[in-house]
Design a protein around this ligand. Sequence first.
Ligand code: G3P
Ligand code: CA
Length: 288
Amino acid sequence: MRKYQLILLIFVLLISGCVGKEVTPIASEEFFIIAHRGASTYAPEHTMVAYEVAEQLGATYIEIDLQMTKDGVLVAMHDETVDRTTEGEGLVKDYTLEELKELNAGKWFNETYPDFANTAYEKARVPTLREIFDNFGDRVNYYIEMKSPKIYEEMEEELLSLLEEYNLLNHEEDVPKVIVQSFNRASLIEFHELEPSIPLIQLLGNKEEAKFTNQEMKSLKTYASGIGVNVNAVDGTFVHEAHENGLKVHLFSLIGEADIKKALLYKADGIFADAPNVALEIIDRTQN
Ligand code: G3P
Ligand code: CA
C-alpha cells in the first residue's frame, strides 16, 4: 500500500472511531518467555545460532527484529545500520542482500562478551527471514517486530507474503504461532487490515506513551491484542487496566531477577528475556 493511501485509510478509521476487522485475541493464559533477539545473552543477537539456543532453552517465542535490504529482502537485525553488530558500516537499506551476506555478524559478540565467546560465532551471517522460516518451519513460535516500517516501502506486504508462503497464517492455537509487534501504530493498523488473523502488539517506548487513558486503550483494542512496554514504564495498575480492556501485556527488556519479579508482581502476560533459561528458573523459584 502506498503511504498516501495508508494515511487516508488511518484518517478514515480514526474519524469513524474504529478499525473494521475483528481482532484475533491471544487466548492463552500461559506466561510467555520471548527470547529477546534470540537467546542474546549466549550468542550474537539475531543470528541463526541465537534462535537455535533460544529453542533449546525452552523459550515460548523467538523474537525477530526486521530490517530490509536495498533489494527488498527482509533480514533479522535490530538496528537500521550494520555498524554495531557487523564489521561493516552504513544503513541496511543501502546494502543488497549479497553485500550484507559478506559481513560477519558474530565477531563483535566475541569481542564484547568474552565470557560467552565461541569461535563458531565467527562464521555467523545476518539471516533472512526466509532462511529462519526454512530452518524452523512451524517448530517454533515467532514474535516478529517490524522495526522501521516508515523507511521501508511495503514491509508489511512483504512480511505477510512470506508468512503466507510458509503456511504460518491462520493457526488457531491458544499460543499463537506468530505475533507481530511494532512501535509504529500506522503500520500495525495497515497489517491488521491486510491480515486480521495475526495478533498484534503495540509497542510503547517510554513512560509518557505508557500513560494511557481508558479511551486510548479502547482505540488500541480496535487493531491490537496487546501492549509491549518497558518494565520500568508501567506498574500493576497499568497491567490491570490493560487486562480490563482485554489486552495482554508483555514487558521488555528483562535483564535481572528484580525485573522478572516485578513482571510477575504486576501480573504481566510475558517477558522479553535475553536468557530464557534464567527467566524460567526465576519464575519457577518465585512461584513454588
Ligand atoms: O520488541 C520489544 C523489545 O524488543 C523492544 O526493544 O529495542 O530490543 O527491539 P528492542
Ligand atoms: Ca524487538
